[in-house]
Design a protein around this ligand. Sequence first.
Ligand SMILES: Nc1ncnc2c1ncn2[C@@H]1O[C@H](COP(=O)(O)OP(=O)(O)OP(=O)(O)O)[C@@H](O)[C@H]1O
Ligand SMILES: [Mg+2]
Length: 263
Amino acid sequence: MTNVAPAPLLQVEGLTKTFGGVLALDALALSAGSGEVVGLIGPNGSGKTTFFNVTTGIYKPDAGSIVFKGKNLAGASPQTIHRAGISRTFQRSRLSLPLSIFDNIMIGAHTRRFNGLVFNLVCRGAFKHEYERMVEAARALLKVFEPELTDRLFEPVMGLPMIDRRRIEICRALISEPSLLFLDEPSAGMTHEETHALMDNILRVRAVHSSLAIVIVEHQMGVIERITDRCAVLNFGRKIAEGTYREVAGNAEVQEAYLGAEL
Ligand SMILES: Nc1ncnc2c1ncn2[C@@H]1O[C@H](COP(=O)(O)OP(=O)(O)OP(=O)(O)O)[C@@H](O)[C@H]1O
Ligand SMILES: [Mg+2]
C-alpha cells in the first residue's frame, strides 16, 4: 500500500494578480498545512500583502486556484472566505481607538456570531447567553497573550501601548476560531523587546491551538528564523525560493533580491 500524504489545509496554485501594468502575483504556488507556521518574505512590493488580499477575497485573482479544506475559494467573497475559516491581521493597525478592547475583538466575530437584530430583540435570553459566552471567549484569548488585559476588557483601546494593540488585533482575528491565520508584519512599529514578547505570544497561541496554520509576513529575519517551520520568498510576485529559513537564507537568488539586506 502506498502512503498518500493528506492534502494541505491551503493549497494555492498559479495565483496571478495584476494591477494595471504591475504583475503583483505571478503564478504563485504556496501551501500551508494544519499546525504549520509558514513565513512569507520578500522585498518591499514583492506581493506579500497582495497574496493575503487575494486569498481573503479583497481582490479577485486574474487566474489560479485557492483550495482551502478541499474547496476552491478563488473569487469568493471575503465573508465566505472568513466563514470557511481564514482570518487575518492587517499591515497597518485597524483598531477603533475609542472602542473598548472587547468591542474591537468582537468586530472579528461578525460572520460567525450573533443572529441579527430581530432575533436578538425577540430572544433576549439567547442574546444575553451568547454575549456572556463571547466575553468569556475574548477573556480566554487575551489570557494567552497578556493576562492583565483580561481585567481591562471594557476600557478603550486608546492609551494602550503598541504591543497590546497588536495583541488585540490578533485576538480579533482569532475570535472567529479560524483554521488559518494570516499575520501581515505583526512586528511593524514595535521595539526589539516588544517584538520578542509578541513572538513569545504567537508561540503560545501555537501551543494552545495546535492545529491552527499560520502564514506570517515579516521583515525581521530573527523573527522568521525563530517561529517558522518553512519559508517562501517572493520577488516581483514570483516565488524564488522555499524551504527552511536556513535554506532560503543561503540561497543566492534570495540574497540578490535583498541586495545584501539583513539576510
Ligand atoms: N490596490 C493596488 N492598486 C495598485 N497597485 C497595487 C495595489 N496593491 C498592491 N499593488 C502593487 O502590487 C505590488 C505588490 O504590492 P504588495 O503590497 O503586495 O507588496 P508587499 O510585498 O506587501 O510590500 P511591503 O513589504 O512594502 O508591504 C506593488 O508593486 C504594489 O504597488
Ligand atoms: Mg505588505
